[in-house]
Ligand binder design. Structure first.
Ligand SMILES: Cc1cc2nc3c(=O)[nH]c(=O)nc-3n(C[C@H](O)[C@H](O)[C@H](O)COP(=O)(O)OP(=O)(O)OC[C@H]3O[C@@H](n4cnc5c(N)ncnc54)[C@H](O)[C@@H]3O)c2cc1C
Length: 367
């Protein structure tokens, strides 16, 4: 297997993806998931962009391993589904403090995070990997989010936009709600980690950093010098796609995709295959050049596909007479009526569930 910390790991082909699914070892995953060098799958960019889905991952492990052995991986896949159900039920409210008001108020990020110079080696290396490759281990994300919001007093929203921009798997539900969970606006308490915790899960032994303190120190925390200076990240984006306004209205069938739905074998008989780039949404949640390269690489497997950009109003005008095929996705519900449900691992979650543990308790016995 190629190194998951390289661009080529993500710019692979469908055969490589199948091999990776076949290699997942749920036992090793269970034992090592929280360690930076643990046996995690690194599949999230493919899941986020709808190249494979959570059900594909679950089926791949359940076809080779007994269900109890797969429980930890199924549990983590359920987190993704839970976040997407929360988004589906709350719509744009997830982009504001969802349960509790934020105690962190700065609207810029610590410059040392943006420059990968916090002085904590593991954090700085993870930040470089984020900016160069677009990937970051879950535990590193938790540490970075905690440093940013809970130790640096930054509100989670600008920080979530920054991370979403760089991540290949940047996902409006998982990213936003994870940041809110760490910042205590979507959880009952804020998440803190000290240097001992970082050393344990990164197998390192650094000391003398601003986090080399006991947990009690977080009760009367003052922003440390290294996090004092702030800046706004540069989140430039180019969208070199055909503008909808230059395209003639369509009257045939159109398989209308978003960048969140790049599965190659979907509605292959439609006359037109479009990936619509919603310029208003992109302006709110921009994506890096490497993220767009990833999207274009995977879109190239869809025969006859065409990227078009514009607003949802322009889209409605161009497709007014067309037979539009579209899979449900919360971020695209304002585009056109959906014609099919997306594939969930847990298709009928019982309601209400106002915590992940309640959600998991109810869905874990589904097949
Ligand atoms: C601050 C922060 C921001 C995050 N932003 C994103 C994001 O933009 N997109 C995203 O997909 N995940 C996000 N996560 C969740 C998690 O970090 C990633 O899903 C995970 O690191 C992806 O790596 P993997 O594919 O190797 O995961 P694995 O551990 O191999 O898990 C398999 C799959 O299960 C799902 N999954 C695993 N853990 C989680 C989790 N905690 N929450 C939701 N789904 C999970 C993912 O789809 C993942 O691909 C974020 C977490 C934090 C703390």
């Amino acid at each position: 297997m190629k190194d998951p910390k390289s661009t080529s790991f993500f710019h692979c082909g469908y055969d490589d993806l199948q091999s990776r699914l076949a290699c997942i070892n749920p036992h090793d995953y269970d034992k090592t998931r929280n360690f930076l060098d643990g046996a995690v799958t690194w599949l999230s960019p493919f899941i986020t962009h709808g190249i494979i889905n959570t059900r594909d991952v679950a089926n791949a492990v359940l076809s080779r391993h007994a269900k109890p052995k797969c429980e930890k991986l199924l549990f983590e896949l359920a987190w993704r589904e839970y976040f997407h159900r929360i988004w589906q039920n709350n719509r744009d409210a997830i982009f504001s403090d969802l349960k509790n008001p934020s105690v962190s108020t700065r609207m810029q990020l610590p410059s040392s995070l943006l420059n990968c110079q916090t002085g904590i080696n593991v954090i700085d290396e993870s930040l470089q990997q984020l900016q160069q490759i677009g990937s970051m281990h879950n535990h590193a994300r938790m540490w970075v989010a905690s440093i940013c919001c809970n130790m640096g007093n930054t509100h989670w929203l600008p920080a979530a936009k920054w991370m979403h921009y760089h991540l290949l798997d940047g996902d409006l539900a998982s990213n936003t709600l994870s940041w809110q969970w760490i910042a205590g606006t979507f959880s009952n308490k804020r998440y803190f980690a000290n240097q001992d915790n970082i050393n344990k899960f990164s197998k390192s032994s650094q000391h003398g950093t601003f986090l080399d303190v006991p947990y009690e120190a977080f009760e009367n925390w003052q922003i440390p010098g290294v996090l004092a200076e702030t800046d706004s990240p540069d989140l430039q984006q180019t969208l070199p796609f055909e503008a909808l306004k230059n395209i003639e209205p369509i009257s045939e069938s159109v398989a209308l995709r978003s960048v969140w739905h790049l599965q190659k074998e979907w509605q292959p008989t439609a006359t037109h295959q479009w990936i619509f780039v919603d310029t208003e949404q992109q302006a709110q949640w921009p994506m890096s050049y490497k993220r767009w390269s990833f999207i274009k690489h995977w879109a190239s497997f869809i025969p006859g596909v065409r990227f078009v950009k514009g607003t949802s109003q322009e889209l409605a005008k161009k497709l007014g007479a067309a037979d539009v095929l579209r899979q449900e996705y919360t971020g695209c519900n304002h585009w056109s009526p959906q014609t099919e449900e997306r594939q969930w691992l847990y298709p009928d979650p019982p309601k209400p569930y106002n915590s992940f543990s309640k959600f998991w308790k109810q869905v874990k016995n589904d097949d």
